[in-house]
Design a protein around this ligand. Sequence first.
Ligand code: DC
Length: 224
Amino acid sequence: MPKHINVALDGPAGVGKSTTAKAVAKKLGLIYVDTGALYRAVGVCVLDRGGDTEKAEDVVPVLDGLKIEIRYIDGEQHVFANGRDVNGLIRTPAASKASSDVSKVPEVRAFLLETQREIARENDCIMDGRDIGTVILPDASAKFFLTADPAERARRRVAEMKEKGMDADFDTVFADMKARDLQDSTRAVAPLRPAPDAVLVDSTHMSLEEVVDTICRMIKPSVN
Ligand code: DC
């Protein structure tokens, strides 16, 4: 079977990975896979059981018998945990913190690895996350690492939350983001960092269209 087009898009929180990846997916006819949603779903399951997401001994037992799946409903990714659609629960600030906590646990990363690789094996896709280019898809057709100044990222996240009708205060979002950046990039397992062969795209002063065009232009030769 021919190898599918697999695009890796990594970068820190709030840089616009999902908006960018969705737009690229639409332009090039790829499936968009948001891998952060998988970590969020695990985090929500730990919280559901009353566990402390900072304690690996509370996190690891939750994986036992847990089934995390991605399904597409009207073209939109939904994450299911043991058959329950948890999409409505995974975007809260508590879920963001929980996802970053559980993503440090090696057992969680190992647990979600095959789910991600299987999707890539079976689909032309653009996958966004933190370790897609470095760990999940080292042989991806194209790899990008998207960055932007932390203050700009916090501003974008606040705008996105307000658009969704959520309460958002810049200082809180900025502080949470910096804490998450630090935790995600300094963890022992699969820390956030660009793959050596990733193209770095600094979007601080770029519009979404410019970022999407830059990425699409670089992927196109492998799509056609
Ligand atoms: O992309 P996001 O903000 O939804 O991700 C939530 C958390 O999950 C993030 O703090 C780090 C973690 N994560 C990860 O470790 N590896 C990934 N591929 C995706 C997300």
